[in-house]
Write a protein that binds this ligand. Sequence first.
Ligand code: 3H9
Length: 693
Amino acid sequence: MTAINPVTDLSKEGEIAVLTLNSPPVNALSAPVRDGLADGFKQAIADPGVKAIVLICDGKTFIAGADISEFGKAPKGASLFDVQAAMENSPKPVIAAIHGTALGGGLEVALCAHYRVAVPSARCGLPEVNIGLLPGAGGTQRLPRIVGPEAALDMVTSGKHVPAKKCLEVGLIDALAPEDGLRATAIEFARTVVAEKKPLKKVRENNAKVEAARGHPEIFADFRKANARKFRGFLAPEFNIRCIEAAVNQPFEEGLKTERKLFMELMTGSQSAAQRYVFFAERQVWKLPDVPDDTPEIAVKKVGVIGAGTMGGGISMNFLNAGVPVTIVEMKQEALDRGLSVIRKNYENTAKKGRMTMDDVEKRMALLTGTLNLEDLADCDMVIEAVFERMDIKKDVFARLDGIVKQGAVLASNTSYLDIDEIASATRRPEFVIGMHFFSPANVMRLLEVVRGAKTSKPVISTAMKTAKRIGKIAALVGACPGFVGNRMLAQRQREANQIVMEGAMPWDVDRVLYDFGFPMGPFAMSDLAGLDIGWVKEKSSSSTIREVLCEMDRRGQKTGAGFYDYDENRKASPSPITEKIIQDFRTKSGVNARKVSDEEILERCIYPMINEGAKILEEGKAIRASDIDIVWINGYGWPVYRGGPMFYGDLIGLDRVLARMKQWHAEMGEQFKPSALLEKLVAEGKRFQDLR
Ligand code: 3H9
């Protein structure tokens, strides 16, 4: 075995050269990997004793793509295109041996091999779209030449990882190898290619499928139309589509040029910068400076959930999906029955859509036990309380749990804004109490805010985070403060949205601006969806806010067919003259002269105070990193991922600009706009949130 460089080895098995990459964690195409490939192929091709070359990787995966952390930096080392050309034009057959994932640039390298062999557990994909890019090393031109333009469109715009078996069916790989015999099988495959003098297959020359699609622009028009909603606001899916179009309509070399041009456009744009940032943010969020990964974990084998309402039911489903038995507690039989039947119905609906079998439904339901008796939670390893959001009720529940649940179990509250320390004080074991704030619908939304109390122990924090991962969530560890990270910042936006309406805009103006920014819906449409009567009590209603008046008129949102908006029978919203009149009356009563509020002001007033609040959260140590705040907003509140989250967005537009506005509004309108000290400091130092480490 010869070491080509620290990450590449070249060895020989008779007449077959084996080029092995070993660059943890994922064999990404960093400069040393590209250098190793370039030199390795050169040597193997030059060696007269070599008849064929196998490219294989050590570690957990084949090449998982370009090295994303190199993007935006000055290029170093061998060019990927030269490596690919050396492979494709090699006079000796090149066989890629794939395990783990061949993704992005990794698959693009494999597509320059003449043959591909993979283990059944391997997956192939071009996921660049997820980081706001397109496959920029020939992937958009080679993939459709194998799988056809339709399948290629699906793969490049979804970024999905296609299992090896399916890859074999569509011709993306040529043979399957036993799970523990990839190297031997690939070598054997290479020997057969040599012995049988099989052709040096170049994907680029395989034109039949792209030619067949030529003159059928409807393939692309239909695809765009079918996915318009999903792709709204994103540049990368459209650019990926244009590349596949180029593969169909242009000769290979021209298509490559189109791909290159569009790739560079995306690479230098803000959307991809945001999405690359989010890629790393999603991985950072699990890393807790004072709770190392090897912190002992409490084994969670049985979970108790208190409350069988929408929230409790949704939370339970997460655990059932992960195969964890759940005992769900309600106060009344009727509520319990209702809760259990909603869970069953949800699963049955999923089964009806073909996304699970009836057998799966029954398996999950068999893990679920309903009870009216809190004592039944005694042997649970984790109990999550999801009862009514009132401190006295929560404290009562926790005091009772303290007397019932075995020692060493995690006692979690799903509160969305109450003080976790006060809740913990109702027990004699505050170190076991933690917040696990799920977002509604809890079986769908990815975010979990894990709220650390002053006394919460590290194993309990670690257990909550690892449990979140196990049930497929993304969790951000936050500190105890009213509303935690998400709702605390949301309150800023909501206050300004309401205020802007008082000043002259209509709810639909505010909603339109935020929708165009990329949110799935604006704050007023959101309120209508959630129900305007959340927290509203008829007896105490005093007609003092627009919302109260709407509730008093029984305009309680979508469920009553009217709220801020009017709704038709298909729940389609239209601006309501009634709401408009209520708002105008409010303005008159308050002596406000309505003015035209520009779209720019709406956006700034809604977003900048959130960024300022985020800075205060960081300043107070209630979030570990700015990027954790962004994770909360992207996964819990529909912040468009291509804008990277509020803190990234602040960095992008310039913190000096945000600060200037905050100062101006602070002077003009009051304390709610007081600039955060951290924001002032960063601006003074010419730094960004991303520079805080
Ligand atoms: C591309 O290829 C462009 C080309 O078309 C054009 C070229 C001209 N780079 O996710 P994990 C790190 S674009 C750098 O926790 P898993 C990751 O940050 C690329 N680093 O593991 C983490 O670091 P840390 C197209 C990378 O087992 C560690 O590896 N490819 C890269 O859950 C482990 O990652 C993609 O978009 C990378 N490409 O999942 C694939 N990938 O430990 C992106 C990972 O310090 N990667 N890291 O936090 C993935 O989807 C997953 O990482 C993978 C493994 C499925 C591979």
